[in-house]
Design a protein around this ligand. Sequence first.
Ligand code: PMP
Length: 453
Amino acid sequence: MWQKDKDHFIHPFTDFSVFHEEGCELITDSDGIYVEDSRGNRFIDGIAGLWCVNVGHGRAEIGQAMADQATRMAYFSTFNNLSNAPAAELSAKLAELAPSHLNHVFYSCGGSTANDATIRLVHYYFNRLGKPNKKRIISRNNAYHGTTYLAATLTGIESNNWAFDTLDHLVTHLSEANCYRRPEGMSEAEYCDHLVEEFEDTVAEIGADNIAAFIAEPIMGAGGVLVAPTGYHKRMQAVCRANEILYIADEVVTGFGRLGHFFASEAVFETQPDIINCAKGLSSGYAPLGATLISDEIYEVLGTPQGKGGVLSTGFTYSGHPVSCAAALKSIEIIEREAICENVREVGPYLERQLKTLGHHATVGNVRGSHFMMCLENVADKDTKALLPVEARVGDRIAFEAQKRGLIIRPVGHLNVISPTLIWTRETVDTAVAILDEALSAATESLQRDGFL
Ligand code: PMP
């Protein structure tokens, strides 16, 4: 199996020079907070698969719901007025869980396709309103919105796109909100003013008549778990409102409990997005699924009122896939039944506090995030915040040492992300933080040995 994989599977986001030498690691089994590899090693999953297995692994009832649906009716089109029961039920459930003005759902296959489909719908919306010049989307540096062509253009992580092309005429990137690396001498409140002013200046420069939407993750995920200054999102939304710019919240990571609520936009950040995108935790990763939750106001224009009518000529073969929707319905049922959002609200602050105790390690410059979305930023010098050279592979070293001790965390360049399944208890936190403590000591030693520290 290892050889077949090495010879034929092109892995996403994988360093080929390393892969050609080492091949893959096969993850074969899973249960609750654990996953197991093909050699029988068991690990605590500190990244919920890839920020997605929110209800934890090995949920037989989700498997059963999918099997029941697959054997009864695995697939049929949802084009041309056709539908299926899980898609209809899930749509109503999402409308119930989302902020009250978001009552309409467009389905896709994951986060990238949700974002891609959203931008097409936004353009369609303005075209139908008779404002065809409103096309530009405002995103942010270090944002992650996916890897389909348009979603990759929205993404602002330079290292992702360095050798790919992007659709630059459609997207403008603002600065990311990075409190740790904000300009010297600026308070957090002043930094917030500065970021909002940058947005206002950009709108003035491009012209509101040419801008369709602003898209933002409530907490930037893959770009480094960046928590914006207090009030930032609300103020960015106010700029949107003043300029007829739609506010799109990419809740692919923050949705479905990771910050202690089904959706973070309204409950945590006091914003009322025109559109919320979700994927990942929507089905807890048991099946591919993405969804765009659309406001009543936008739906009025997309739908048939105002005498406009017309076919909405976009959608995927798998929009509203019955098996994926059945998985999502069961996952949501579990989140509600087991009070998983409440668990995150209870255990999340404890995880934050315990991770902050690791700040004494030589490399740990910043511990940040919120609830079950956390990150360590590793540096060479805590005062200057200078980074270690890329060859030191500090994130990889720490992740490797943690994995040796039974915990999987994610290296992202010089960062380490911790985004667990949402069923961790305080005891799991204690075990994970003890492992990380040892891993950080071991990584520091190896960095010293290799002359990087
Ligand atoms: N948006 C955000 C915020 C994400 O974190 C991701 C994936 N990590 C995506 C979109 C893309 O989702 P997918 O990989 O399912 O296409």
